[in-house]
Ligand binder design. Structure first.
Ligand code: FAD
Length: 119
């Protein structure tokens, strides 16, 4: 980071420390660091999407709902493509657990429907 752009405020990784930058775009709001001490090491980074938080609405049987919240006959969903379970954030491990729980419900419901009886 450009040496002169970094605020002289103290660095504190435990809070939003306000140690930002000025005169560069985009600006850094917090935790800006002067790169002034070699050796320098670079790492290639990329972002990942854990899951989207959005997707199909299902009922407790794992059956997909239409836009009027009526179950669509013969259509079930589980896992990543189910939406409405999490907002803003999620507990660790909840993605795979939700897939397991709704997968079991959807599978049992589909099997029951083929057999002609609802659960
Ligand atoms: C980087 C990352 C980290 C994560 N960490 C965690 C974690 O720590 N804990 C946690 O609980 N969850 C975590 N998740 C979320 C979790 O991995 C997903 O919620 C879960 O894998 C979704 O399972 P799924 O079976 O619905 O979908 P997927 O695992 O995406 O499986 C879908 C499968 O369908 C296949 N497929 C797609 N199209 C077709 C087609 N036309 N024909 C045949 N096959 C097809 C794909 O190849 C894939 O194998 C993480 C996700 C990511 C990306």
């Amino acid at each position: 980071m450009t040496h002169a752009a970094v605020s002289d405020k103290p660095f504190n990784p435990a809070i939003l420390d306000g140690k930002g930058t000025r005169g560069i775009t985009p600006p850094e709001s917090n935790w800006a660091q002067k790169l002034d001490t070699p050796p320098y090491v670079g790492y290639g980074v990329t972002c990942g999407i854990t899951f989207t938080f959005r997707g199909l609405r299902v009922d407790l049987r794992g059956q997909v709902q239409d836009i009027e919240d009526r179950p669509i006959r013969g259509l079930y969903a589980a896992g990543e493509l189910v939406g409405g379970l999490f907002y803003h954030n999620y507990p660790g491990g909840a993605g795979l657990m939700a897939g397991s729980v709704f997968g079991k419900a959807a599978g049992e419901s589909a099997a029951a429907d083929i057999g002609g009886k609802a659960t």
